[in-house]
Ligand binder design. Sequence first.
Ligand SMILES: Cc1cc2nc3c(=O)[nH]c(=O)nc-3n(C[C@H](O)[C@H](O)[C@H](O)COP(=O)(O)OP(=O)(O)OC[C@H]3O[C@@H](n4cnc5c(N)ncnc54)[C@H](O)[C@@H]3O)c2cc1C
Length: 286
Amino acid sequence: MDFLRPTTWDEALAAKADRPDAVPIQGGTDVMVEINMDVRRPAALLDLNQVAELREWTAVGDMCRVGAAVPYARIIEELAGPLPGLAQAARTVGSPQIRNRGSVGGNLGAASPAGDSHPPLLAAGAMVEVESRERGVRMIPADEFYLGVKRSALEPDELIRAVHVRPATGPQYFSKVGTRNAMVIAVCSFAIALHPGERRVGTGIGSAAPTPRRALEAEELLARELDWTAPLDPALTRRFGELCAAAAAPIDDVRGKAAYRVHAIGVMACRTLAWAWNDHLGKRAA
Ligand SMILES: Cc1cc2nc3c(=O)[nH]c(=O)nc-3n(C[C@H](O)[C@H](O)[C@H](O)COP(=O)(O)OP(=O)(O)OC[C@H]3O[C@@H](n4cnc5c(N)ncnc54)[C@H](O)[C@@H]3O)c2cc1C
């Protein structure tokens, strides 16, 4: 197995262009498990750990640009204010060791339907910055990034450079069902983000369809019918939950039954909307 170790972003892009079969490795919390378990034996590994810029986050205009390698631990410590949904999801990932190594870039690269960063990225309307040596930068909306189970819009010669997320302008919540409280891959998960300026609510469903996905009809319902100054209408909340559940398309597997996942998505949708709405009204009153 070849081991490629670029020290700059340009070197990394060149290495990926010359060796599209090289598997990028960042924290290695997915890649090393697969190699150790003999799930795959790549001809080459492309170690991105020397590319320092991938570990930086910056404010760019009205967006937060989070380098692909910023680990979950730093998202929790440094970005919980501007990106509360992503930080909540990060808190539920694995264990302290996994959160020190694992990154959102790696979660996107793996593109597992159960990845915890996906629902909050969808709800917030994030963009994924990818780049190749030949074609330069592409900005891919999160809801166009996931193509199938562990398949993404990333081309073989492209690398993920960063994810761009607008700092929250309203409450955001992430909720995850697992078989225990830590070190657990989601049975299913749900994220919500209120965008009061646009009178819009974003959603993200995890581990309940072949890809992470938004509940579009549920979002449209709230865009049409939500009164942003009034207490939440219980009938509207119920309808929102039903439409979120209907947007899920899960399977039965070792972690849970499809019927349970559909039910749980509906429950989490109602709960997170209520939590977010309480914060929203509390802020208005304050
Ligand atoms: C014990 C354990 C518990 C876990 N718990 C959770 C959990 O609760 N929730 C969860 O979502 N995940 C969990 N995971 C999975 C894993 O930690 C996450 O998916 C993590 O985000 C992967 O990040 P990484 O930097 O380690 O990625 P890596 O393992 O380095 O890479 C993952 C994938 O992304 C690709 N990749 C990495 N960087 C780039 C890049 N810049 N450009 C293109 N492709 C790239 C790699 O080639 C690979 O396909 C767990 C893993 C373990 C071992």
